[in-house]
Design a protein. Structure first.
Length: 152
C-alpha cells in the first residue's frame, strides 16, 4: 500500500470527487499532500551532507556543495517551505489564506498514487473554475464609460 493510499483512503477520495468547494478540497488534500512533500524532503535530505544550524555554518555548507547538491538543496528548501505552509506556518511567497498552493500540488504530482492524483486534478479544475467565475453583480465595482471615452 502506498503512503498516499494509507493517508487518504477510498472514502475521502470518493468525497473529493463529488465536491466542488475549493476550500473544502484544500482542507481535505492539504494533509496528504503535506505528507508526500515530507517524504520527498526526507529523501532529498538523505542525499545531502548534514546542514549546520548556524548562519555561518550554513553559508560554508552552501559554498561546499557541488552544483547538483546545490540544486537538490534548493529543492529541499522549497519542499520544506511548502510542508510548513500546509501545516499552518505561512511560507514566504504564498498567501497565508491559501490552504493548498498550486506549487504544493505541482511538487506532489508524480509522487502520489492514482486516487490522490485524480483528487488533485479535480482540485486544480475546481480552483481554475472558481478563479474564472465572475463575482455577483453587487460585489462588482461599477465601471461606466462616458461618451468621451473617459471614466466619470
Amino acid at each position: 500500500m502506498s503512503v498516499t493510499a494509507a493517508i487518504v483512503g477510498p472514502m475521502v477520495t470518493a468525497e473529493v470527487a463529488r465536491s466542488d468547494s475549493v476550500s473544502w478540497l484544500a482542507v481535505q488534500l492539504a494533509k496528504p499532500v503535506g505528507e508526500v512533500l515530507a517524504v520527498r524532503a526526507a529523501g532529498v535530505r538523505a542525499l545531502l551532507p548534514s546542514r549546520p544550524d548556524s548562519a555561518s555554518g550554513r553559508y560554508m555548507w552552501w559554498r561546499c556543495l557541488s552544483m547538483e547538491q546545490a540544486r537538490q538543496a534548493m529543492i529541499l528548501g522549497r519542499l520544506e517551505a511548502l510542508s510548513l505552509h500546509l501545516r499552518g506556518i505561512p511560507a514566504l511567497g504564498y498567501a497565508a489564506d491559501d490552504l493548498l498552493p498550486l506549487e504544493a500540488v505541482e511538487e506532489a504530482e508524480g509522487f502520489v498514487d492514482e486516487p490522490l492524483a485524480e483528487a488533485l486534478a479535480h482540485y486544480r479544475a475546481c480552483r481554475a473554475r472558481a478563479r474564472c467565475t465572475p463575482a455577483p453583480l453587487e460585489d462588482q465595482v461599477s465601471c461606466t464609460v462616458s461618451s468621451t471615452g473617459r471614466r466619470p
